[in-house]
Write a protein that binds this ligand. Structure first.
Ligand code: NAP
Length: 249
């Protein structure tokens, strides 16, 4: 995939993996629009990336997604690549020890941000993208889609479901102008889930460079190091990996 002259919307493009890809798309000659909820993160991204466009919005709500779709296609009619990258990760603690109160809200927000948003945005943008000569939808899932961390069951379930949705979408769009790509990160050093919780992850720049190599090669589904191992693993290897991550029961 060549990004020169493309117009790309990256949800969650104001920080982390999204911002890493934004920088590289701009370097490759694309017009890039980063979206997110925090204006200060978007302002900082604009400072770091001259020429970057930004749109403030919340993809966790139906109204937020429709507003983003309408504004993006109105202001950037040439838009031909959607990158569904925005995501959150909660650490809810054991499900057997839910605290009293609105304990479901965090799970609901993870489902709407990580799963409903990429599905709904893909469906909203599809007619627009199908009218282009070449277009693409890039979904950012996770190595945890293949073998879950049991203490983050909802996060892992959203990523497993996003993997499944991406496969179906790719199958449905075969032979059309719209390519469907799944980017499967391993743990990467970002602020996902809160500052300091992913410091052990792969260096962000090395990871984003590798993503760009795969995209340039036209790969449609790829991980990196541990997530590539999981992507290609047998059922038995995934069970071993699950036990190694979570301990035997
Ligand atoms: N880092 C890892 O280890 C890792 C591993 C596997 C997969 N991933 C996936 O990679 C993607 C990017 O995560 P990251 O690691 O780069 O973390 P990050 O730096 O926290 O980035 C997440 C981005 O999503 C945006 N976002 C969150 N909720 C949103 C909402 N409701 N509406 C609009 N934007 C929203 C955030 O911006 P605002 O807060 O300003 O809205 C932020 O820019 C996520 O889908 C994540 O699940 C990450």
């Amino acid at each position: 995939m060549n990004f020169h002259g493309r117009t790309i919307l990256v949800t969650g493009g104001g920080s982390g993996i999204g911002l890493g890809l934004v920088k590289r798309f701009v370097q490759a000659g694309a017009t890039v629009i980063a979206s997110g909820r925090r204006e200060h993160a978007l302002a900082e991204a604009r400072q770091q990336v001259p020429g970057l466009h930004t749109l403030r919005g919340d993809v966790s709500t139906v109204e937020g997604r429709i507003a983003l779709f309408e504004q993006a296609t109105r202001d950037y009619p040439a838009l031909d690549v959607l990158v569904n990258n925005a995501g959150i990760q909660n650490r809810p603690g054991p499900l057997t020890q839910q605290q009293p109160g609105d304990w479901w809200a965090g799970h609901e927000l993870e489902l709407s941000t990580n799963l409903a948003a990429p599905m709904h945005l893909a469906m909203l943008f599809l007619p627009h993208l199908l009218a282009k000569k070449e277009a693409a939808i890039l979904n950012v899932s996770s190595g945890l889609a293949f073998a879950p961390f049991a203490f983050m069951p909802t996060y892992c379930a959203t990523k497993a479901a996003l993997h499944s949705f991406t496969q179906s979408l790719r199958w449905q769009l075969k032979g059309t102008a719209v390519k469907v790509v799944e980017i499967i990160p391993p743990a990467v050093n970002t602020d996902l889930g809160g500052k300091g919780l992913h410091d052990f992850g792969e260096p962000l720049d090395a990871y984003c460079d590798d993503v760009m190599k795969h995209l340039a090669a036209g790969d449609l589904e790829f991980g990196y190091k541990s997530s590539e191992d999981r992507r290609k693993a047998s059922r038995e290897e995934l069970d071993t990996s699950f036990r190694a991550m979570n301990g035997a029961r």
